[in-house]
Write a protein that binds this ligand. Structure first.
Ligand SMILES: Cc1cc2nc3c(=O)[nH]c(=O)nc-3n(C[C@H](O)[C@H](O)[C@H](O)COP(=O)(O)OP(=O)(O)OC[C@H]3O[C@@H](n4cnc5c(N)ncnc54)[C@H](O)[C@@H]3O)c2cc1C
Length: 803
């Protein structure tokens, strides 16, 4: 075994092997994989090997496509067979909602280059004779689905990596990882210590334990998972191999395995495996079968595929594999641990392993994953993702694997967890709450006497008219919204301004002023958007998306100078309320000494002031398009602030509003949102943030790339569309058509209640970005005409928020 390497990969499952292969392919040859037992000894060896391209996140779907297309490449590079069977696949729908879901998945596939085809149950029966068509009302055919041999795939990656210069050591457990002061690592194994510049935790079933070597509690949990293989069915003899099938109503997946059928299910009462600690002596073992547990699904499957009922069972497999709370992998560098990387929590290693390996290798070698992998980034979880939280969420997610997640649906597991001091007050106002990184926040307010409940649907819900009332109140008088669910950072020190000028693309504001601050990576892509408020020469209060807190901190940490700047996250220390609407100044003025007139406290001003007896940081900003004030207070004051503002608001028509109304109001203003309009695949000029990029500064990260984007105009543009929708608005990821071509995709959408229009924001190719007509947005399988608006649909000159 080498004693000094550039990278030590811990774990020889399909994911670790893929990482190793991609590192060698990217040019890092001095890499070592250390495996406790034999390759595939975790969850990989008993995987059913199924693979498909469809995924709820288009960026993950692209990486799944990449993975499937990679198998031929690694077979050629290694000479090892992956046992590749591209059979094609069928997704079967038994309810109208599932047909809607298929339509939306098919539509999304259009700009991903996927050829998904909606077919009738009769057509499905023709290509899949085992099904009884009377149980289905629709189906979707995907030509790129099938299965592989997990053992073959892992060995193909491993062999190809070895041919590229990598070393693989088996039967050698890593027992510790110790950081050195220079950021390199001592990887302590049963057979000696290796000094590695980088460590990759690809420990799969043991990734949690490997993480604990360095005090890291990764939010992953293994679940028991069962499938069985039937005896051979004579009618399959000599026939073309059957397609891979997902039957959503039975909640099963199925494929042919030699002469029989392999059928697996994600049961509703799933069982975690080793919830606290994974035993090191678990080898290539299987868990005891419990067919009773999967009986409800299997019974439905026998009705839907009657031939199976009389087929004997040849083999049952019950094996564990790991999940993150949202079911997506955990990939990337870990905040606070220099040169420590993870590639774990991969629940579909045969669909995703290639994409995970590619992204991580790119990240390590090039400094950037090369794709938008926010959905897989380990930094999407903070300390709030505790082990019990993870346990509750993973079980919930597992049980819902084949159920529809509606865009307006809130899930119940591990709730309520975090609440602010006004939670009960908002409850008393009949708030319908959403869960945001475990923090409860109001989505909308149901009328008193009606249930605080929203129906889950792809169409406009029962919330629609009430959200409309909230929006109108903000536009006509004023509204109050809790804004505690933002991320906040206190950035202080003699070099704070200089440093912020380097990491943010905007001009650093003067004391008492606010700047909107895009943050770019070296490639000039958007990796954050903030509201930067300058409290004093050496003190800033920076507000951004809370879900990205760890992601931002990881970036800040990488770019901090050794001294002179301190970054302190304070999201839950400072909670906030905002009043917005034409009456907001009249409401607030009597409560503060400061003159709030536009002359004295104009738009984008920021100051410490006492609101009543409450010390607050007050900013005059607006995400609604109305005159508005954001007030940040330490948490113990929030209740008093809420009461004070409510009382003061009585004469001004004040009304509570929630996140749904805020979304509608910001769409009317064409204001973008992080993770929707602003993501690392877009540049600031494409996203319409160019006016906040200060190219005159001597230096900031991404300046050269941003200047080049400005000069070239980028490749796409964010546009606003008014859509001729019926009862369903765009939600995001729908294709945008121009004429008979798909020219882009929606990033977010909804109904603009005060402009009376359905609105979609989205990116389109530059070639059509200045057209006005000819657009259509595909809403639940229907192309609805859309007109581009060059300006925001409400108050395009922004006069109201500056009034
Ligand atoms: C029953 C079942 C069916 C499945 N069906 C499918 C399917 O159809 N399609 C699909 O895509 N996925 C499927 N999966 C999931 C798939 O198996 C996983 O996504 C995949 O195996 C994850 O691979 P991994 O490399 O991350 O983890 P693992 O396979 O668990 O590999 C981790 C490796 O790390 C090694 N290791 C851990 N700690 C150390 C240490 N300290 N020192 C040295 N080595 C260490 C382990 O020995 C192990 O070999 C299924 C899983 C199960 C259980």
């Amino acid at each position: 075994m080498r004693t000094h390497v550039k990278v030590a990969v811990i774990g020889g499952g399909v994911v670790g092997a893929s990482v190793l292969y991609h590192l060698t392919k990217a040019g890092w040859k001095d890499v070592l994989l250390i495996e406790r037992a034999e390759l595939t000894s975790g969850s990989t060896w008993h995987s059913a090997g199924g693979m498909h391209t469809v995924n709820g996140d288009p960026n993950v779907a692209k990486l799944q496509q990449y993975t499937i297309n990679l198998y031929r490449e690694i077979e050629e590079a290694s000479g090892v067979s992956c046992g590749l069977h591209i059979t094609g696949g069928l997704m079967l729908a038994g309810t109208p909602e599932r047909v809607d879901w298929l339509r939306m998945a098919q539509a999304r596939g259009r700009y991903l280059g996927m050829e998904l085809e909606l077919i009738s149950p009769a057509e499905a029966k023709k290509i899949y004779p085992l099904l009884d068509e009377k149980h289905f009302i629709g189906a979707m055919y995907d030509p790129i689905e099938g299965h592989v041999d997990p053992y073959g795939v892992t060995h193909a990656y491993a062999k190809a990596a070895q041919l590229g210069g990598a070393e693989i050591v088996r039967q050698n457990r890593v027992v510790d990882t110790r950081p050195r002061p220079d950021g390199t690592w001592d990887v302590v194994t049963e057979k000696g210590t290796v000094h590695a510049e980088h460590v990759v935790n690809a420990g799969g079933l043991w990734a949690r334990e490997v993480g604990r070597f360095v005090g890291l509690e990764l939010p992953i949990l293994a679940m028991e998972h069962q499938y069985f293989i039937t005896e051979d069915l004579p009618e399959l003899q000599g026939q073309k191999e059957l397609l891979h099938v997902i039957d959503f109503e039975a909640e099963i997946y199925m494929r042919q395995e030699r002469g029989g059928m392999l059928l697996g299910t994600y049961e509703r009462a799933g069982v975690p495996w080793s919830p606290k600690t994974t035993p090191w002596d678990f080898g290539q073992d299987l868990l005891p079968n419990d067919l009773e547990r999967i009986a409800p699904s299997v019974t439905v499957a026998f009705e839907h595929f009657p031939r199976l009922e009389s087929a004997g069972i040849r083999k049952v497999v019950n094996g564990p594999f790991t999940f993150a709370p949202d079911g997506n992998p955990l990939v990337g560098p870990v905040k606070g641990l220099k040169n420590y990387w993870v590639a774990c929590g991969v629940m579909a290693g045969l669909s995703q392993g290639g994409g995970v390996g590619l992204s991580l290798a790119n990240w390590m070698v090039e400094g950037d994953p090369g794709a938008d992998i926010w959905a897989m980034d380990v930094a999407r979880y903070g300390d709030w993702a505790t082990r019990p939280y993870t346990n509750a969420k993973v079980r919930e997610n597992y049980s819902r694997r084949f159920r529809i997640r509606f865009p307006n649906e809130e899930l119940d597991a591990a709730r309520p967890l975090r609440t602010t001091p006004i939670y009960e007050k908002l409850q008393a106002e009949n708030a319908v709450f959403g869960d945001y990184c475990t923090l409860e926040h109001p989505l909308w307010f149901a009328p008193q006497g009606t249930p605080a409940h929203e129906d889950a649907t792809f169409r406009r819900s029962n919330a629609h008219p009430h959200v409309g009332d909230e929006c109108r109140a903000v536009r006509e008088t004023c509204g109050l919204i809790e804004i505690s669910n933002y991320g906040k950072f206190e950035i202080t020190g003699p070099k704070a301004a200089e440093w912020l000028s380097k990491v943010m693309a905007c001009k650093v504001p003067a004391v008492g002023r606010i700047a909107l601050s895009p943050m770019l990576n070296e490639r000039g892509r958007l990796i954050g958007d903030f509201t930067m408020c300058r409290v004093a020469e050496d003190r800033f209060f920076v507000v951004g998306t809370y879900a990205a807190e760890v992601f931002y901190l990881r970036w800040f940490e990488q770019h901090l100078p050794p001294s002179g700047v301190r970054v302190r996250p304070c999201a839950m220390e400072y909670l906030g309320l905002s009043v917005a609407g034409p009456q907001s100044r009249a409401l607030l003025q009597p409560l503060v000494d400061q003159d709030l007139s536009t002359a004295a406290f104009p738009f984008m001003s920021f100051a410490k002031m006492d609101v009543g007896a409450i010390p607050a940081l007050v900013g005059r900003v607006s995400f609604t398009g109305e005159m508005g004030y954001e007030m940040w207070v330490t948490s113990e004051y929030l209740r008093a602030l809420y009461d004070l503002l409510h009382e003061a608001g009585q004469g001004h028509g004040l009304r509570n509003f929630g996140g749904r109304a805020l979304n509608s109001l910001r769409l009317e203003k064409s204001f973008g949102n992080w993770a929707r309009e602003f993501r690392p695949i877009y540049g600031p000029y494409e996203a319409g943030l160019g006016r906040f990029v200060h190219l005159d500064k001597a230096h900031f990260i991404g300046k050269e790339a941003a200047a080049a984007e400005k000069a070239s105009g980028g490749v796409r543009k964010l546009i606003t569309l008014a859509v001729d929708a019926r009862d369903a608005d765009a939600i995001g990821d729908e294709p945008i058509w121009h004429g008979d071509k798909v020219v882009g995709w929606v990033t977010s959408g909804g109904y603009g209640h005060t402009v009376g229009k359905s609105i979609a924001l989205g990116y389109v190719d530059n070639a059509v970005a200045n057209e006005t007509t000819g657009f259509a947005v595909e809403l639940i399988g229907e192309r609805r005409a859309a007109v581009r608006s060059a300006d925001a649909l409400f108050d395009p000159k922004g006069l109201r928020m500056r009034a």
